[in-house]
Design a protein around this ligand. Structure first.
Ligand code: SF4
Ligand code: SF4
Length: 124
């Protein structure tokens, strides 16, 4: 059995002791809501990739291909920023909710037109 550390050896909470170490921690378990993307609506603008604070948007060949659920905390920023409302947030207890393991699903809807230059998020 591993020796337990005393309180003097435990790092103080709330401090980032080393930059760039977030990928070592599986933080997806914190999530209450899970994002899913409708790839029939997504226009691959990659705004979600730019703004996700945890770099959880998977991209291949310039296309958004789903989520890294091991690290996605479910903050919903991607859902708010998506200019064509391709992302939905569902309760984690309802997952996978018709999507594949990467969070992609297809509604069969036609792609929505872009909203002006530069897109823009939803207004609350
Ligand atoms: S912001 Fe929306 S449209 Fe743009 S890549 Fe992400 S899911 Fe697709
Ligand atoms: S919900 Fe938040 S953490 Fe998860 S992919 Fe969207 S922006 Fe990133």
């Amino acid at each position: 059995m591993a020796e337990e550390r005393g309180w003097r050896e435990i790092p103080i909470g709330g401090l980032i002791l080393e930059a760039g170490n977030a990928e070592r921690y599986v933080t997806g378990g914190w999530r209450t809501y899970r994002p899913q993307v409708d790839k029939d609506v997504c226009i691959d603008c990659l705004q979600c990739w730019l703004l996700c604070p945890d770099m959880c948007i998977n991209v291949e060949d310039g296309r958004m291909t789903g989520y890294d659920y091991a690290h996605c905390k479910g903050c919903g920023i991607c859902e708010r920023i998506c200019p064509v409302h391709a992302i939905r947030m569902i309760l984690e207890s309802e997952a996978p909710g018709g999507a594949d393991e990467g969070g992609c699903w297809r509604s069969g809807k036609k792609r929505a037109p872009k909203k002006g230059a530069g897109g823009g998020g939803r207004t609350a």
